[in-house]
Design a protein around this ligand. Structure first.
Ligand SMILES: Nc1ncnc2c1ncn2[C@@H]1O[C@H](COP(=O)(O)OP(=O)(O)OP(=O)(O)O)[C@@H](O)[C@H]1O
Ligand SMILES: [Mg+2]
Length: 318
C-alpha cells in the first residue's frame, strides 16, 4: 500500500537512531533520553516498552518532530530529521493516546479534511479505502460523537494514514480498552502491518507486545536496557514454570524441601509455582521428585516464562 509512495531505504531501516539524548530545559538532572541508539527494521511491528517516565513518549515525539532533540542523529525512513525536517515528518503517522476526534465531523469528513491539511492531491485521497480497511464504511456518515470508543480509535488510525506514511506510531493504542475490543484492534494493526506499514508501538500491556511485536526495545531511565527480536528476548530467560494446584493447602516442610530440588519455589495457599531451567532439570527428574512427595495434586501444567518476567528482571537489574 505504501510502496507506491515511498521507496524502501537502502539499509532496510525504517528508523535509525544514533546516540540520541534529550535534556529538557537544559537541566542535567532532567535527562529524558541518555545516549540511545536504536534501529527499527522496515516492515516490523516494533514495541517500545518501559515504566512510567522512562522516555518513550519523548522518543516518539522526537521521531514525529514534536520535540527537539538535544543531541544525536535520527533518520526516519532514511531521511535525517535535521536535513529533511518536513519530508521526515511526512514519513510518520502518529496515533495519539487521547481520543482527540472532531465530534461534529463524520469519519468521511474527518479523513477528507486531514487529506487536505496534508496537501494530498484530491485524486490520491484514500478516504473510502481507509474507512474500509478500518471497518468503518458503515459509519462513514455517522457523526463522530456517536462512534464507540473502538470505532474512534480506528478512525484515529485511519486519520494517521491519510498521507500514506510508511511508518505508523501508536502511543498506547489500547489503554483502557476492554479485552474483546483490544483483540479486534490488534487484528487491525496486524492487517496494516501485512499491507507493508512499519508499526512502532508503546504499551504498558506486556501481553500486547508479546502478541503483536516482532522486535522489542525496553527503555528504563532514558537508557535502552534491551533491544532485540521478541524471540531472542523471550529466550533470554531460559526458565520454565510448573504450576501445581493441590487439593488442599497443606504442604509439609519435607515436601517443600523436596520440590526445592527442581528450582525456585513460590507457594500461595494451594498453588505452587516452580521456576526451573530445563537445561539443568529434565522432566524425568521433575516427575521423580514430585513422585517422592505426599502432595495431593489436582492440576499440573508447565509454561515458558512470559515477557513480563523478563521485563521485570531487566528493569530491576538496571
Ligand atoms: N515537556 C517536558 N518538560 C520537562 N520534562 C519532561 C517533559 N516531558 C517529559 N519530561 C520528563 O522526561 C522524562 C521522560 O518522560 P516521558 O514522557 O518521555 O516518559 P514515558 O516513558 O513516556 O512515560 P509514561 O509511560 O508515563 O508515558 C520524565 O522524567 C518526564 O518527567
Ligand atoms: Mg508516555
Amino acid at each position: 500500500m505504501t510502496e507506491k509512495y515511498w521507496e524502501i531505504p537502502h539499509n532496510q531501516l525504517a528508523l535509525q537512531i544514533e546516540k540520541l539524548s534529550k535534556i529538557y530545559n537544559g537541566k542535567v538532572n532532567n535527562i529524558a533520553l541518555n545516549d540511545i541508539s536504536l534501529n527499527v527494521p522496515v516492515g516490523s511491528i516494533f514495541g517500545l516498552l518501559g515504566p512510567n517516565g522512562a522516555g518513550k513518549s519523548t522518543l516518539i515525539n522526537i521521531i514525529s518532530g514534536a520535540v527537539i532533540k538535544t543531541s544525536g542523529r535520527v533518520c526516519v525512513w532514511g531521511l535525517d530529521i535535521d536535513k529533511y525536517r518536513k519530508q521526515s515528518k511526512l514519513a510518520v503517522g502518529v496515533v495519539p493516546q487521547e481520543l482527540n476526534i472532531d465530534a461534529f465531523f463524520t469519519p468521511k469528513e474527518t479523513l477528507n479534511f486531514h487529506s487536505g491539511m496534508f496537501n494530498v492531491p484530491k485524486k490520491n485521497w484514500r478516504t473510502d479505502e481507509l474507512l474500509q480497511l478500518m471497518g468503518l464504511t458503515d459509519n462513514a456518515e455517522t457523526y463522530s460523537r456517536k462512534l464507540s470508543g473502538g470505532m474512534r480509535r480506528r478512525l484515529l488510525v485511519a486519520k494517521a494514514m491519510v498521507h500514506s506514511p510508511p511508518i505508523v506510531i501508536l502511543d498506547e493504542p489500547t489503554a483502557g480498552v476492554d479485552v474483546e475490543l483490544r483483540q479486534k484492534l490488534w487484528n487491525y494493526f496486524k492487517k496494516l502491518n501485512e499491507l507493508g506499514v512499519t508499526i512502532i508501538l508503546t504499551t504498558h500491556y506486556l501481553e500486547e507486545a508479546e502478541f503483536l511485536c516482532d522486535h522489542i526495545a525496553i527503555i528504563n531511565k532514558g537508557k535502552i536496557v534491551a533491544n532485540e527480536t521478541k524471540k531472542s528476548l523471550l529466550s533470554k530467560s531460559n526458565q520454565k514454570v510448573i504450576f501445581i494446584t493441590l487439593t488442599d493447602d497443606k504442604i509439609t516442610k519435607k515436601d517443600k524441601d523436596c520440590i526445592k530440588n527442581i528450582g525456585n519455589v513460590k507457594i500461595c495457599k494451594n498453588k505452587i509455582e516452580i521456576y526451573f531451567d530445563p537445561k539443568y532439570t529434565s522432566m524425568d527428574r521433575i516427575i521423580e521428585i514430585i513422585y517422592k512427595t505426599d502432595l495431593k495434586i489436582l492440576d499440573l501444567s508447565t509454561t515458558s516464562v512470559s515477557l513480563e518476567e523478563v521485563f521485570v528482571n531487566l528493569i530491576k537489574d538496571n
